[in-house]
Ligand binder design. Sequence first.
Ligand code: MV4
Length: 493
Amino acid sequence: MSYFDKVLIANRGEIAIRVMRACRELGIETVAIYSTPDKNALHVKYADEAFHIGEAHPSKSYLNADRILEIATMCGAEAIHPGYGFLAENYRFAERVEESGLNFIGPSSKTIHMMGSKLDSKEAMSAAGVPVLPWTKGGVTSTEEGIAFAEEIRYPVIVKASAGGGGIGMQIVREESDISEAIEKGMRIAQSAFGDPTIFIEKYLDKPRHIEVQVLADKHGNAIHLYERECSIQRRHQKLVEEAPCSIMTPELRKRMTDSALTVAKTCNYTNAGTVEFLYSNGEYYFMEMNTRLQVEHTITEIVTGVDIVRQQIAIAAGEKLAYKQDDIILRGHAIECRINAEDPMNNFAADPGKIVRYRSPGGPGIRVDSGIHVGYAIPPQYDSMISKLCAFGLTRIEAIERMRRAIYEYVILGVKTTIPLHHALMNNRQFIEGNTHTHFLEDQHIRDNLQRFFRDEESRMQTLAESLRQGKETAAVTAAISVYLHQTKKNE
Ligand code: MV4
């Protein structure tokens, strides 16, 4: 079956490869685009055709809509998959793709536009009966108005940019003396970051959980959900660990949340794959925003439902009816994703781009690795630091955690510092194991103290390995054997 003959993937790294894999399975030819430093990147090698688009800076390359559309038209692509980030949620780009007679593999530009305004989407979803936190309808136009509203809903409150998302311009305000400044600052940040000063004030929840529902909707009015993911473990609004399903989910809460997610999808005429984001606290949940793209963590939903989300995206874009009814979607087991970033967790997560000198990814039962790196690959400093997504599946949550620990132990990445030690610590953290997480989990002092020990363990494991490699000793083919080798070395010392 072929929905399209040729698809251009307007992205790089692991997600470009992920999309191309679905295309390959479907017999669709793939077109890669690349910036100068990505000339030798894996996504370029994987594609059937590849075109250089510009210099490293995203504005010259992966955000260069003119050039991308020119290449798509020139090479005869029928559709463009935007991946995540870059142009994925840019409604003007989606509009231009539509106007060029090409297919945008995602929702319509109108839907992207509507969900891009947090204020408009909140208003629409509240009107449709989806739970939302109390907020200033219509935004905040004067400081006085903001002060009066905060007084009414009581502190703490949070100031958010309507065009925002991802935390930019968000400010928590705990008392009246700080509100005017926060409003003024919020407007300034919103204007400079998004070119739109519109802000709103909302009741603030302390330490909520971030729970999101994956949805799929076709162009014939059918929509289904693929259950939820818990994404509370994040740092500076960058998720680090996600899991599916959410460990505290009950049948009753799940029914309400997934119903709400489908209401959201219907209310904005959603098509393609999307994610409805909620905050959860004390048995209640509230709609935050909808991500109108394929997400990084779609993989764990694929693992627990068996649905290939990218394949469905392509089928939906081609006008097919959904291949599944809600009752066909069966949740089985548990999946966890650890995002491996080239960052130093011991040094405030500073980016650590550089050359990968040794690389061996884990495998075996229940392990999935999506990455765009290889030995000899130089991580370009211009882009996101995520270099790999490590996912573990188990029939139970604890089995998934055990497999994740084992896979982390097998993973060898030398040459750059990574978030692996952090994941090592998290997978051994009592609170995490108990499923006792929230959005401020990594800020807790006792967790940070606990992490130190694991950082040191991992550092010394990597140093011993690096040292033995420098001495020219060969490691066994199976990574697990590396540690046996290390133990032997230690014993012999
Ligand atoms: C909130 C919140 C608490 N109360 N809104 C962050 C990103 C965006 N998707 C929504 N976010 C939040 N919105 C209300 N009313 C907590 C977050 C939040 C957060 C806030 C401060 C610092 C870290 C955070 C991590 C995740 C979510």
